[in-house]
Design a protein around this ligand. Structure first.
Ligand code: SF4
Ligand code: SF4
Length: 297
């Protein structure tokens, strides 16, 4: 018989719309239920498209009364987006909370304050190293990069589930059984591999930073404002013509062509701000800003 005096376990999952926060929370809730726990889940959805904050509270144990986690009471914080993780960090238990975050940055459009060429958008300045100093157990991982290497960047949430699985006492096969029931049949294999890769990565230490992950390791105060040459690469096959990049480009230099695929119509206006790259839900745009030498004189 379960000890009814034992408090519930609290897992807070955060990210932005379109990343799969709800999938992570549903998998966890279902698994906890399968394991005989009482489960309560509450969620707040943001915008349907990328940009709006989404969070979900999952509480499980022998007896759970409230569906919401009080501030300072989350045993585990899972962040699908770096700044969202930082926004919720005070919800973690101060000494024992576990922080699991993808280092990927999704910068909201209002963060694009400087329209100069090569300027960085305003974003949370803390580096993964600084955050790891504040937490007992933490993982700053390149979940999106790991999933992309497996062939589908959208499986980043399953990579994070793999890391989460190391913090909870449920068998890996039970996790996989639930994940396989939740993902589209054609993505079962890739999600299986994403889970195992995330799990293996987290099992290698109790405080880990993926040094190859995004530009987060750079301090924002050393942002380069020198001249740059910008290349905009659009992968036609991945573009679904949603129009987000066209609407959000501060310089209005993108448009949809006759096939409803994004194209750079006015390259001379592009500042390389990367807003389109960061907001594209299908990772169809890649911006490269290469510093160029200024002529002497
Ligand atoms: S490039 Fe991305 S954001 Fe732009 S229209 Fe295509 S899918 Fe949408
Ligand atoms: S095309 Fe992309 S990188 Fe260039 S200005 Fe527009 S949003 Fe910024």
């Amino acid at each position: 018989m379960k000890d009814m005096t034992e408090g519930p376990k609290n897992v807070l999952i955060v990210g932005v719309g379109g990343q799969g926060v709800i999938m992570v929370s549903k998998v966890l809730a279902q698994l906890c239920q399968n394991q005989g726990h009482q489960v309560k889940q509450s969620e707040v959805h943001g915008m349907a498209k990328r940009g709006g904050g989404v969070f979900s509270h999952v509480r499980f144990g022998p007896q759970v009364w409230s569906p919401t986690i009080p501030e300072g009471e989350a045993d585990i914080l899972v962040a699908l987006e770096w700044a969202e993780g930082l926004r919720w960090i005070n919800y973690m238990k101060p000494d024992t909370g576990i922080f699991i975050a993808d280092c990927q940055r999704i910068v909201p459009p209002f963060a694009c304050r400087d329209r100069g060429r090569g300027a960085e958008p305003a974003y949370a300045p803390q580096t993964p190293g600084e955050i790891m100093e504040q937490v007992g157990t933490g993982y700053a991982m390149d979940a999106t990069g790991m999933a992309a290497n497996l062939g589908n960047a959208k499986a980043a949430n399953t990579v994070l589930l793999g890391a989460l699985s190391t913090a909870l006492d449920f068998p890996a096969e039970d996790w996989l059984e639930v994940i396989e029931a939740f993902v589209p049949p054609r993505t079962v294999e890739i999600n299986r591999r994403a889970f195992l890769e995330g799990r293996e990565w987290a099992l290698a230490g109790s405080k880990r930073i993926d040094e190859s992950a995004s530009g987060l390791h750079r301090r924002r105060d050393v942002v380069r404002h020198g001249p740059v040459e910008t290349t905009v690469e659009i992968t036609d096959e991945w573009c679904k013509g949603c129009d987000i990049c066209v609407k959000m480009c501060p310089e209005r230099c993108l448009r949809l062509d006759g096939r409803l695929v994004a194209e750079l119509a006015l390259p001379e206006l592009c500042t390389g701000c990367r807003m389109c790259e960061l907001l594209c839900p299908d990772f169809a745009i890649r911006i490269t800003n290469t510093p160029v030498m200024e002529a002497a004189g």
